[in-house]
Write a protein that binds this ligand. Structure first.
Ligand SMILES: [Zn+2]
Length: 392
């Protein structure tokens, strides 16, 4: 048994407890949370930490297998140019280099307090790494296809990879990349593989080019795909959100990723259609690629289930969830630490259906314990130097 104490404990499901003590079993199961009296720093059997204790983070969007692309792509290029760079770098790294970078990223995420990751895989490179990790992963087998002639091979490859993941013993479901890169038939095929109530994620409203393309105005993103063989381009009759609701079933448990350009009407289309819907924000990546931030205020107003992702090291300088929260608190200082932390823990756990074990300090859960240091404890806010470290 361990007793951990700090200036504050954020259980997430209740108000922060000042001078809180959290009692855990040797296995890390939460047994009790209480408010201490007297000087906890000198209380026998209590480990006191200066700062705030929070449950392990849930990173709701990552691409572990792109970890070797750290510092390889310039900031602020916009999405079409970003994709060109990714494709250009594809054959420059050996499988060993890719795996080594992914292993380092996995270890750093765990040490920084991430307990659960929803991770995109386009290949099986990181499957074994994820199986053996201390982090709980859900793997999204991501596919994209914009040419009819590639469809059956793409669907077969998704089936093969899901099979391979399950054979290794890691949870995995198929996921389309984005509305602009997936034929209707691919959306339908991946949906039927996911099955009723299946977990799926899709990049959504992430760049101006996506809006332009679906408005029938062409643009740089469409030019990229036409140059790569796309023959059927959107006719302007529906938005990218309406395209997704047209082909993905409403009983999916779905994570919409980025949403940088998502407007209130777009939100309404998605929210009226999917009942089990989460909005994953990756603010550092949005700033890196597009120099934009997602519509945080609109999503809050709508009481959306907001979760937090880091995206990959190809468009971020690190994979620590706390760094995403710092960006949000710097730009939206009126959002409380409690609310930010809820997005980064319980909301992500709910999005992935793992909230029985993760996402909050509640008796019986085993979410992991993370120490946040160098906060502003008077205002209970993050500072630019706040760090996160796993204690358990
Ligand atoms: Zn992504």
């Amino acid at each position: 048994m361990r007793k951990l104490a700090a200036h504050y404990i954020f259980s997430i499901v209740a108000e922060p407890v000042r001078n809180g003590i959290i009692t855990l079993s040797d296995e890390g199961e939460i047994l009790h949370i209480s408010q201490g009296s007297g000087n906890l720093q000198e209380e026998e059997g209590v480990e006191f930490y200066s700062g705030v204790l929070v449950p392990g983070f849930v990173n709701a969007h990552c691409h572990l297998e792109l970890s070797h692309l750290k510092n390889q792509i310039a900031k602020g290029t916009g999405l079409p140019q970003f994709f060109r760079k990714i494709v250009g770098l594809r054959d420059k790294f050996s499988p060993g280099q890719i795996l080594q970078a992914a292993a380092l990223a996995d270890a750093q995420m765990h040490a920084g307090g991430t307990s659960v990751v929803a991770d995109i895989s386009n290949t099986g490179t990181t499957f074994l790494l994820k199986k053996n990790s201390k982090i709980r992963y859900h793997t999204f087998i991501e596919k994209l296809c914009w040419r009819e002639e590639d469809l059956s091979a793409t669907v077969q490859s998704a089936k093969d990879l899901v099979h391979e993941a399950h054979a290794i013993g890691i949870p995995a479901t198929p996921a389309p990349h984005a509305p602009y890169s997936c034929l209707p038939e691919l959306l339908q095929a991946l949906s039927s593989m996911a099955g009723a109530g299946g977990l799926m994620s899709v990049h959504h409203q992430e760049a101006p080019g996506e809006k332009e393309m679906f408005a029938g105005r062409g643009g740089a993103l469409q030019d990229l795909y036409v140059a790569a063989g796309m023959t059927s381009v959107p006719d302007g009759s529906r938005t990218s959100t309406q395209y997704l609701t047209g082909y993905l079933p409403r009983d999916l448990r779905i994570l919409l990723i980025h949403n940088t350009l998502c407007t209130e009407p777009d939100y309404e289309v998605a929210a009226a259609y999917w009942k089990n819907l989460s909005w994953v924000l990756c603010p550092s990546s949005n700033r890196y690629i597009e120099n934009r931030l997602p519509p945080v205020e609109m999503l809050r107003k709508k009481k959306a289930n907001i979760a937090i992702g880091t995206d990959s090291l190809s468009s971020n300088t690190g994979l620590q969830v706390v760094d995403e929260l710092k960006v949000l608190q710097q730009n939206f200082p009126y959002i409380s630490l409690q609310e930010c932390l809820t997005w980064a823990t319980l909301n992500g756990a709910k999005a992935l259906g793992v909230d029985a074990q993760f996402g909050s300090f509640e008796v019986g859960k085993q979410p992991g314990v993370v120490l946040l240091e160098k906060l502003n404890l008077q205002q209970l806010s993050l500072t630019p130097t706040t760090t996160s470290t796993r204690l358990l």
